[in-house]
Design a protein around this ligand. Structure first.
Ligand code: MIG
Length: 681
């Protein structure tokens, strides 16, 4: 039994995050109280200033916990920090940051009272989860036009399920997108891509996709292909298909300003770009230099921009990734002029430290400047809205443009799409990757922690850049991270230009990489079934122990293990030079230790704390009581595993059943009951 109440404040902008139209409740704000008062704050000179406060308050008990908030820094339990929903291109995901690329305003408070709260608000939203005062949640929007949904049910999992029903079914990618993918910013041409494929195939490491980063384009122009680098692109796409490789090109948000470039000219002529205060196309600069931003919040512009994906689909492409759609702005023309003037004014022959700092700040302040976001406009259903008010919807709009176009162009076929920036609601149209992480051990752990929070907000198809995007990876970090990546729906190794080459075959333990990635393919019957069931039933794929064992005080505190689907628990190693790790078993489980799909050892363990040795060439997971894990022999690519014999791992005392989900991996007749087979032990 669950109950959802909608409290509407002011005149909320229709974000289309939710798919149910609930009546508006009158009066209060559910569990929250609106506090409007003035606080006196004294500065270091004991000067007192008055600060206007206007926020939604919830008082927490000592032991209350907070879960959710999707893509974010810090723990699975989000208590004790101040988060800000403000989609930002910031490649340093440190715990002192407040925002990443997404805005996912859903959380669950669990403790003396247990409820879910979703703030459907597309502008900047401050979510103080016990920062100002350890026992208070304070939520501050920039203006008071928002929908607050309060969700109650008997358990956290049921609250999440009710919320997921409210926001609609999660995106389902084609099955090949569960295969392993290789990416790198810096692959220049056909030759580079062929070398990657050869590197994998020659070494017998499974691979299903190679990603094309911005260099495939002609001058970073969306929907173009550089003809010198790819002289016959459709033929090359076909050549790769013969090798069972899908090429996945990147699309950036900004459209290059260039005479003769069709997308630019059409967009201007038909009025599809965001406008400035004076009604002229807003000019920002990103990779191509000066760009206009398609107004993806306008239905017509969205349809137009989405239609452009066809240009690449006609050349054989079946998947895309949408980047820079916060939108990231390196600088705006207007602000650059202003900053240049200010720099001139401080320039002198003997610049002191303060001048130098001021200079640095001016330059650093050029990118993603809040003033720029205040200076352009969208047309939403005929109403002009400042970008600033709907900033967090841009990535959603861009990916929706693609998703709606795919639905029209290929109604029967799944197309891969995932985005960097997102808002709840976008989960219906595509997945996300976790953006520009670093080759840091702590980012392996952050990858794990974001999975359940994202699932709560509807994002199931997700994963991080395995090995880390920025910085130089070490071989052991890549091995450990790949061992986690085996379990994430998006399993992609990606790295930044200028960093150490990070393809698995660049390292010494090629045999180990072959086996590890083989395990991914071997476990696919389980991983795919669990993904599909989670999507079709509005459930989480990755579940914190606290949700599944609510009466277990130890389980509640676990921040580095997760349940994955109904049968298993994962506990990856995330520290360097570790020989293993501590694991907590909330109930008896069967430990499964794999070196490959042919070398499987198992051991039954009772409830309790353990130190589990896990070598660099091993994957360990745990099967829950009375559960089954179907698996098969790995192949070199997805289609290669289909026909192989199905086997079962289990921890079943008498008999049990498992629902195996199988389909052709492309079609959309998800509900067809023939996709589910019951396998029994
Ligand atoms: O400013 O396209 O997050 O995955 O490799 C960097 C180049 C732009 C950011 C993406 C990253 C991608 C990179 N892009």
């Amino acid at each position: 039994m669950s109950r959802i109440q909608r409290f509407s404040i002011g005149n909320p902008i229709n974000t289309e995050a939710v798919v149910q139209n609930l009546p508006k409740e009158k009066g209060d704000f559910g569990y929250f109280t609106r506090i409007q008062d003035v606080e006196l704050k004294s500065d270091e000179n004991s000067q007192e200033t008055m600060i206007q406060k206007d926020y939604l308050l919830y008082r927490m008990d000592e032991k209350d916990r907070i879960y959710g908030l999707g893509e974010n820094v810090r723990g699975i339990n989000k208590r004790g920090w101040i988060y800000e929903s403000n989609c930002t291109d910031d490649p340093y995901h440190m715990e002192t940051k407040h925002s990443l690329y997404g805005a996912h305003n859903f959380f669950v408070v669990s403790g003396k009272e247990t409820f879910g709260a979703f703030l459907d608000y597309p502008g900047k939203l401050v979510l103080d989860m016990g920062y100002e005062r350890m026992d208070e949640i304070r939520i501050t929007p920039e203006d008071w036009n928002l929908d607050l949904y309060i969700i109650e049910a008997d358990s956290i999992l049921e609250i999440v399920k009710a919320f997921r029903q409210l926001i609609g079914r999660s995106y389902i990618p084609p099955k090949w997108a569960f295969g392993f993918g290789q990416s790198r910013w810096g692959y220049q041409n056909e030759g580079d891509i062929r070398a990657v494929v050869k590197g994998y195939r020659d070494n017998g490491i499974p691979l299903d996709s190679v990603y094309l980063d911005i260099d495939y384009m002609e001058g970073f122009k969306d929907f173009t292909v550089n003809e010198e680098r790819f002289p016959d692109f459709p033929k090359f796409v076909e050549e790769m298909k013969q090798e069972h490789i899908h090429l996945v090109p990147i699309i950036d948000a900004g459209v290059k300003i260039e005479e003769g470039y069709e997308v630019y000219e059409e967009g201007v002529k038909q009025g599809h770009f965001c406008k400035d205060q004076a009604g002229k196309e807003f000019v920002g600069a990103v990779w191509p230099g000066k760009v206009h931003f398609p107004d993806v919040l306008d239905k017509k512009a969205r349809k137009w921009f989405g239609g452009k994906y066809k240009v690449l689909m006609d050349q054989g492409i079946e998947g895309f990734w949408n980047d820079m759609n916060e939108p990231a702005i390196f600088y705006s023309q207007k602000n650059l002029e202003k900053v240049m003037k200010e720099i001139k004014s401080i320039k002198n022959d003997n610049m002191d430290m303060w001048d130098v700092f001021a200079f640095k700040d001016l330059v650093n302040g050029l990118a993603n400047n809040p003033e720029d976001y205040k200076s352009f406009y969208h047309n939403m259903d005929g109403t002009r809205i400042c970008h600033d008010k709907v900033h967090n919807l841009y990535g959603f709009g861009m990916t929706r443009a693609a998703g709606e176009a795919f639905e029209e162009l290929e109604p029967e076929k799944r197309i891969l799409i995932f985005s960097r920036s997102s808002y709840i609601g976008m989960h219906r149209y595509g997945g996300i990757w976790m953006g520009d992480n670093q080759s840091w051990w702590q980012h392996l752990l952050l990858n794990l922690k974001m999975l359940p929070s994202l699932n709560m907000c509807g994002f199931l198809y997700t994963g991080a850049d395995l090995g880390g995007f920025g910085g130089d990876v070490t071989e052991d970090l890549l091995l450990r991270w790949t061992a986690l990546g085996i379990f994430t729906p998006l399993m992609r190794n990606h790295s930044a230009l200028g960093t150490r080459e990070q393809e698995c075959y660049q390292f010494t333990r090629i045999e180990t990489f072959r086996r590890l990635i083989g395990i991914r393919y071997g476990l696919m019957p389980y991983l795919y079934s669990e993904y599909m069931k989670a999507a079709l039933r509005d459930e989480m794929l990755f579940v914190p122990l606290a949700f599944a064992y609510p009466d277990d005080e130890h389980a509640k505190a676990v921040e580095d293990q997760l349940l994955l689907g109904e049968s298993i628990m994962i506990a990856p190693v995330y520290t360097q030079n570790a020989l293993g790790r501590y694991v907590y078993l909330p109930e008896p489980m069967k430990l499964v230790r794999l070196k490959s799909m042919d070398q499987i050892e198992t051991e039954v363990l009772g409830q309790g704390h353990y130190y589990i040795e896990i070598a660099l060439d091993e994957v360990v997971f745990f099967i829950r009581p009375e559960k089954i894990v179907p698996y098969t022999q790995p192949g070199q690519y997805m289609g290669d595993c289909q026909e192989k014999e199905l086997k079962l791992l289990d921890f079943v005392s008498k008999t049990a059943e498992y629902e195996l989900y199988q389909d052709d991996g492309y079609g959309k007749d998800y509900g067809n009951s023939s996709h589910i087979t019951k396998v029994c032990v």
